[in-house]
Design a protein around this ligand. Structure first.
Ligand code: GLP
Length: 237
């Protein structure tokens, strides 16, 4: 486990961007695992700037996102599909057919989940997985109590996560109760992982992660057993 402590959000984003750029230079056909939330926005901005400056290309890159809300169609402004397109995909040269997010409105959600892991495997697995972390230690939407050997599955969101994420929904909009998420095992299968965390509200989770006590009550703790993970974190925002 490699820990990199940073002073600013910009520094965290820059170091993360360097890891992604290095990965894409080494293998332009990389398979990336991507995350949503406020944390990776700075990283995505830097990657967009590299593509716009013709220094980086996603034309042969394949992506798999960690999660998606159940019941939100792609065109919903709070869907992760929309976040990813607004923040990254619409501004880079990635092919739409190489973009994968779980389909939260699939008629058979369980079939959608098992097909998602198969699609990842068919692409040769994830080369570099980006992660954020919830204040309760969730990764993707793997809430406390999720088995470490879980694959992509449907989860019921905890009250704390629903409250945390309510800011991304328009006023009065109903916040989903469930989501599809890559499981902890699906995440651990990635060849390399980079976890980003910034700000005071993430401090407690970072301390717990550093303690390194393996427990399903703190989903991120399983990451301590991965042999190629970098954690880039900082205290205040
Ligand atoms: C959501 C996402 C996670 C993300 C977390 C942290 O719950 N499902 O993948 O890591 O939020 O979000 P933020 O970066 O906004 O703090």
């Amino acid at each position: 486990m490699k820990w990199i402590e940073v002073k600013t959000y910009e520094e965290m984003s820059r170091i993360a961007a360097e890891l992604f750029i290095k990965q894409l230079k080494a293998n332009p056909k990389s398979v990336l695992g991507l995350a949503t939330g406020g944390t990776p926005v700075g990283l995505y901005e830097l990657l967009v700037a590299e593509v716009k400056a013709n220094r980086l290309s996603f034309k042969d890159v394949t992506t798999f996102n960690l999660d998606e809300y159940v019941g939100l169609p792609q065109e919903n402004s709070a869907s992760y599909w929309m976040y990813m397109h607004d923040t990254l995909f619409n501004h880079i040269d990635i092919k739409e057919e190489n973009i994968h997010l779980p389909n939260g409105v699939a008629p058979n959600l369980h079939a959608e989940c098992s097909a998602y892991d198969k699609r990842i495997a068919a692409e040769g697995g994830i080369d570099l997985q980006l992660l954020g972390i919830g204040v309760n230690g969730h990764i993707g939407f793997n809430e406390p109590g999720t088995p470490f050997d879980s694959l992509t599955h449907v989860v019921e969101l905890t009250e704390s996560t629903r409250t945390e994420n309510a800011i991304y929904f328009e006023e009065g909009a109903e916040m989903p109760t469930h989501a599809i998420t890559m499981g902890i095992q699906s995440i651990m299968n990635a060849k390399e992982i980079v976890l980003l965390a910034f700000g005071e509200r993430k401090l407690e989770a970072m301390e717990k992660l550093k303690e390194g006590k393996l427990t399903e009550d703190f989903p991120a703790s399983q990451l301590t057993t991965h042999d190629n993970i970098t954690i880039i974190y900082g205290g205040t925002k």
